[in-house]
Design a protein around this ligand. Structure first.
Ligand SMILES: [Zn+2]
Length: 385
């Protein structure tokens, strides 16, 4: 591959200081967060429409948001110019982003959280029935443009996950009381924290600078409802079911408190699940230090494997990560590389998967073992020199 050499883009400490509103999200009150959110310059111009509908067949929630069509993209395929080249600068590295509410140092640079300028949700002053209320935030994995889960040291990935857990705690525990209960939600839970990652323009990633998205909403995402219903019907969480039921040959890696695996019902090649073994866990902020480390290692490995495999199978690298927290899930994460299009049969709920789970699990184990061996030999080399 022909790579142009130019200095690593990053959000400088001067630009970061100019955006800094708060250092530690766990010291922020929910009303204070809402105030900062409402007062963010420009954010209200991109407010969502504010209403939503439910598909009566399956409970999917549809949010209307005309303003989001106007948001900028810097993540189109690099046809003419490489992403974030000097001619195509990154808005985040330039400091053209929103006020920061959490920042922690990594081994190099920092990880930080701010508001999404093009929010899915807005904390309206008065939420009427049929309306949506919430917040939409972003966690930038690193202030260095080209650093993300796959190329950060594990210790840094742990810090990133800890900050995500701290934000989840603030949103869920203090955010929950402020919100009206959605009429069509049978779970009794009042507020939902949806944590996702989009990478690649093919799957909704509009900016190249590595990030996670965190949304707090008074309405329940359909998959959360699925998890809740699963537990009602089966008398155990989905995590407990998978740990008991998934064939052992589909295990990719065991981290002690968590396992990375391919499910026996894999819909798309290389889809993976990372599941906490303690099925009483429901949220990131409930995890112990060893559990956080296991989850961070799982995220890092899954993303490394996806980035390694997709170019080899002739696919542009693109994936989503989704977090299943809340009622009925246990706690688990799905890694969904875009390895196959969604066709008409899939729209009918009839998935045709072009690979077998056992082959994929074997390839993923091989990729991660080769990666680990390469990492070890690199460490040996660094110790020797
Ligand atoms: Zn950047």
């Amino acid at each position: 591959m022909n790579k142009t050499v130019f200095p690593t883009q990053r959000l400088s400490s001067e630009k970061l200081a100019a955006l800094l509103q708060n250092r530690d999200v766990s010291e922020l009150s929910f009303p204070e967060l809402v105030r900062l959110y409402r007062e963010e310059p420009g954010l209200a111009d991109f407010r969502p429409d504010g209403d939503y509908q439910i598909d009566p067949r399956n409970g999917e929630r549809i949010l209307f948001n005309a303003a989001r069509a106007r948001r900028p993209h810097d993540n189109r395929p690099a046809a003419e110019k490489p992403v974030a080249s000097p001619e195509r600068p990154c808005v985040v590295c330039q400091g053209r982003t929103t006020g920061i509410i959490d920042v922690v140092a990594l081994s190099e640079g920092v990880t930080f959280i701010n508001k999404n300028l093009y929010p899915l949700l807005f904390p309206v002053a008065e939420c009427l029935p049929g309306q949506v209320q919430g917040l939409h935030l972003l966690q930038w994995t690193s202030s260095l443009h080209d650093r993300d889960w796959h190329n950060l040291p594990l210790g840094d990935c742990v810090v990133v996950l800890e900050r995500l857990a701290a934000l989840e705690e603030l949103l869920r525990t203090s955010g929950a009381e402020e919100f009206p209960l959605e009429a069509a939600n049978p779970t009794g839970e009042r507020a939902f924290v949806s944590i996702i990652k989009n990478y690649g323009h093919l799957v909704g990633g509009s900016l190249a600078h590595g990030h996670q998205q965190i949304a707090l909403s008074n309405i329940i995402p359909r998959r959360f409802l699925d998890n809740w219903r699963f537990e009602q019907e089966h008398g155990e969480t989905f995590a407990a079911y998978m740990l008991r039921r998934n064939p052992p040959e589909l295990l990719v890696r065991d981290y002690g408190p968590a396992v990375l695996l391919v499910s026996y019902f894999m819909r798309r090649p290389y889809n993976m699940l990372l599941i906490l073994k303690d099925v009483e866990r429901r949220y990131l902020h409930e995890l112990s230090a060893v559990e956080i480390e296991a989850v961070a290692a799982g995220w890092r490995d899954a993303i490394r494997a996806i980035r390694d495999i997709m170019p080899r199978i002739g696919r542009e690298t693109a994936y989503n990560v989704v977090t299943h927290n809340g009622p009925g899930a246990g706690l688990y994460f799905e890694f969904l590389p875009y390895t196959q299009e969604i066709g008409g049969y899939e729209q009918l709920g009839l998935f045709i998967c072009q690979e077998r789970p056992e082959n994929v699990a074997a390839q993923l184990r091989e990729t991660l073992n080769a990666d680990r061996a390469a990492g070890l030999s690199r460490e040996d080399y660094e110790h020797a020199t």
